[in-house]
Design a binder for this molecule. Structure first.
Ligand code: FES
Length: 334
């Protein structure tokens, strides 16, 4: 058995809730070509915190890397979390470690689940668009909708059938009566369809969810331009827009009583940390929500992928790892 080489403290510095959970790798399974799933069970408690469909956890790896993985399993389960990881050839250590460095019995620190991609279970019609490993949160959504007897439809895009994980699970859910699964795999010529067209023909009152590579998400946003923003949901695993690092403005930290200058080349987070103020953060790409900070005054230049259009307009909070300032001063609740 390998003992964890990170401490709960290292998670607390990254997790707004301050909570770290020690889990043991119960089993590892090959789900598709280059995709493995990891069944994580609690070490110190019988149950794990409940989660809702679309949620993710942060996993702190022994090399101090923090990675975010969507929960794949049923929201009715509290004895385990299941995540699935695609081995990225360009991995900086995250997926490589998960695939090659983990074994059954190993222990890891994880965060409590967070959900920036929640499912609206009251929607009359739900259409899920999955691209590759982006299927993971959508599997949990399909399971949730099926258990509630709600109708759903999924369009699953993959480079090839052997790289598509959870097809059998989704197929079984669809056969239970309330779902329809469409597989569009590039190696099956007759299964190829135009993604934008697929989005376009979805019912006008449908809630649409998309998770996949950045190019797919960009196309999804374009194809949904005429739909109400409250019906369009997506989750990114990397930042869509470059972080604001132009600098040239002042940030007043109301709690710590400091006024700091954000210089060219710095993000707000960089400047805050450089001034000795400890704040929670993780991805530094505007996708995890760990660094969300309340805005007391000033206009943020939102660059994250977490806040929705209405939340951006309200300017009540911002992700300080990537968002900047439209003006000369921000006052933050730090
Ligand atoms: S650190 Fe992840 S959104 Fe800012």
């Amino acid at each position: 058995m390998t003992l964890p080489t990170t401490s709960p403290l290292s998670i607390q510095t990254r997790d707004t809730s301050g909570a770290g959970i020690l889990v043991r790798v119960h089993s590892i399974k090959n789900e598709a070509l280059s995709i493995k799933s990891f069944d994580l069970r609690p070490v110190e408690a019988r149950e794990l915190p409940r989660f809702s469909a679309g949620a993710h956890i942060e996993v702190t790896l022994p090399n101090e890397l923090v990675r975010h993985y969507s929960l794949v399993n049923s929201t009715s389960e509290s004895h385990r979390y299941v995540v699935a990881v695609n081995l990225d050839p360009a991995s900086r250590g995250g997926s490589k470690f998960m695939h090659r460095g983990l074994a059954n019995g190993d222990m890891l620190w994880i965060s409590e689940p967070r959900n920036h991609f929640p499912l609206d279970v009251s929607a009359e019609s739900t259409v899920l668009f999955a691209g590759g490993i982006g299927v993971t949160p959508l599997v949990s959504m399909a399971e949730c909708l099926t258990s509630l007897g709600r109708r759903w439809e999924m369009h699953y895009f993959s480079r090839s059938a052997d790289r598509a994980a959870y097809v059998d699970v989704l197929d079984a859910l669809a056969r239970r009566g309330s779902g329809t699964l469409h597989c569009h795999f590039d190696d099956i010529a007759e299964a190829k369809v135009d993604f934008s067209a697929c989005v376009g023909v979805s019912a006008s009152n449908a809630h649409l969810y998309c998770c996949g590579p950045s190019s797919m998400l960009d196309t999804f946003v374009e194809a949904c331009a005429d739909r109400p923003s409250s019906h369009v949901h997506l989750e990114r695993f990397s930042g869509a827009v470059e972080s604001a690092s132009e600098g040239g403005y002042t940030v007043v930290l109301s709690k710590s009583g400091k006024t700091i200058q954000v210089e060219q080349g710095q993000t707000v987070l960089d400047a805050v940390l450089a001034n000795g103020v400890n704040v929670a953060f993780s991805c530094k790409e505007g996708v995890c929500g760990s660094c969300e900070t309340r805005v007391i005054s000033g206009k943020p230049d939102h660059r994250d992928s977490v806040l929705g259009p209405d939340e951006r307009k309200a300017n009540r909070s911002m992700m300080i790892c990537c968002s900047g300032c439209n003006g000369t001063e921000l006052v933050l609740d730090l």
